[in-house]
Design a protein around this ligand. Structure first.
Ligand SMILES: [Zn+2]
Length: 340
């Protein structure tokens, strides 16, 4: 355990769905500081615009922005809106993907048996099923135009969930050891102004199988920005990741979950095939859910948010999620296997 302190002790009770929203801003050391313009904090953060044009906030988005104090003013509205379950409207159902045959979970291999306790687990992490990569058929968003799908979970009967990490502030080499020893599949959504210049860390994770995906150049809330600005944020990060890591992401996560139709057009023009949100988010203390049942389900996409300087380490927060995953009889799958 690498707890720096009891995070909930000095804080008032918070609604489950609004992690971090009322939290006082924290000073961050060496992580790039604010990622969102102050004027955007109240209007753009933690909002998402679905294809139908309805604006919905996302649990965890306020958490993601909490380090700059963003989202605090949204606490009440966020809680109310989340109770309405509006987030589901932002996700295009992709039921045609849900016909994957249920497959048995493979027993853990020898490498997994070694040292899982060292990483905070009480039992070995099951290997995921071995699915053939299955392309997700895209449907036209508007007449004659194919836009990226927006997903916050993967319809599947495989007993897997997906771990996603944002920004790239944390470059703990021990986290790489954890990923290697647990053979942990995960996806990193990188923001250049946060992840850079430490791309070598993410290259190591990529060599271990981690997906490297796009989270913009500078972590701006995109909803409402002109096309050119959104394209610059997304395409710019495509180019940066290509030059640093030699790959071009197919998946994109908008900072704070803030996007609009312009975002989808810009993302498409930058080579993005899928916009990936999340149904569950790991706060410093617990998992919270944007909608639906308040426990993990097969196919859930989990956001393990940016590190908190006074909270549990990324390793510890990952271990907490893994224990919850195991408690539900689930294991971790590789998101890119399901969303390619
Ligand atoms: Zn982020």
């Amino acid at each position: 355990m690498s707890y720096a302190g009891p995070p909930e002790a000095p804080q008032p009770p918070r609604p489950r769905a609004t992690p971090g929203a009322p939290r006082a801003p924290r000073a961050r050391a060496g992580s790039g500081g604010s990622r969102v313009p102050p004027g955007k904090a109240a209007s753009g953060d933690s909002q998402a615009v679905g294809s139908g044009g309805s604006r919905v906030p996302r649990a965890g988005a306020a958490f993601e922005g909490s380090r700059v104090g963003a989202g605090r003013v949204l606490a009440g509205a966020l809680a109310s809106a989340l109770l309405l379950g509006g987030c589901a409207q932002s996700v295009d159902p992709i039921e045609r993907l849900g016909k994957r045959a249920a497959e048995g979970v493979h027993p853990p291999g020898p490498a997994t048996d070694r040292g899982y306790r060292r990483w905070g687990l009480n039992e070995p992490l099951d290997r995921p099923p071995s699915p053939a990569a299955r392309a997700l058929a895209l449907t036209p968003h508007t007449s004659g135009r194919v836009l990226p799908r927006v997903v916050d979970h993967v319809p599947t009967r495989d007993r897997v969930v997906f771990l996603t990490y944002d920004d790239g502030a944390d470059k703990d080499p021990r986290f790489v050891d954890m990923v290697r020893e647990l053979r942990l599949p995960l996806s990193m959504f990188l923001t250049d102004s946060v992840a850079g210049p430490g791309y070598a860390h993410f290259a190591r994770l990529h060599r271990l199988g981690a997906g490297i995906e796009n989270h913009t150049l500078d972590h701006r809330a995109l909803s409402g920005l002109p096309y050119a600005a959104q394209r610059a944020e997304i395409c710019g990060q495509q180019d940066r990741i290509s030059s640093r890591l030699g790959l071009r992401p197919r998946l994109f996560r908008p900072p704070y979950g803030s996007y609009d139709t312009t975002t989808l057009h810009a993302a498409s023009d930058c080579g993005i095939s899928m916009v990936v949100l999340w149904r569950a988010a790991m706060t410093p203390t617990d998992l919270v859910y944007t909608h639906g049942e308040h426990h993990l389900r097969p196919g859930d996409i989990i956001l393990i948010g940016p590190d908190e300087t006074t909270g549990p380490s990324l390793r510890e927060r990952t271990a907490r999620v893994l224990r919850k995953v195991q408690q539900r009889g689930l294991t971790v799958g590789h998101l890119e296997d399901y969303l390619n």
